[in-house]
Write a new protein. Sequence first.
Length: 193
Amino acid sequence: MARRRTLRPEEEELWRSVARTARPLHENPIFHKPEPAMAAVPLAQAKPRLNTFTLGEKARRAEQHDLAPSLPSLLAAAPLQMDAKMHGKMTRGKLAPEARIDLHGMTLAEAHPELIHFILNVQSAGLRLVLVITGKGKRRDDLGPIPQRMGALRHQVPQWLRQPPLGQAVLQISEAHLKHGGSGAYYVYLRRR
């Protein structure tokens, strides 16, 4: 059974004002409640139950955590092994590379021996700053749930340069300045022999 609830005083006043404007269907009202004489008391301003808010105001702005940070941020976070002044000139594109190798169009299996051969020959010739051009990579269709990175060579070359036999020859790896290829190339600063 449904329970009846009593009306609060402000609800009862609202009901009376609506009932005064209504026209009865029947001559004899079925229910008639005598109105008690009430003194005119101003209703207190109803206090809102909830404070005003905007959506998401208390939510903390969480940093987005990328499981694999971008390549430029990894290279920038690497400790500086070379002279800071020389590194600044190099990253601003003020130093011209003394030699370059272009790995465009090569597979990983073709590019790795070429890179090893090039770096070791250039170091034995006494050169210090070389440019390794990898290209930015092609955009492929992303068909799976795991995102695909663009540019296999672009991501693999810095790892090759840190591993043997190139690890002892390389002093610093940095992304090239825009006039030397930008994110599609790397400056490789070699150790003296």
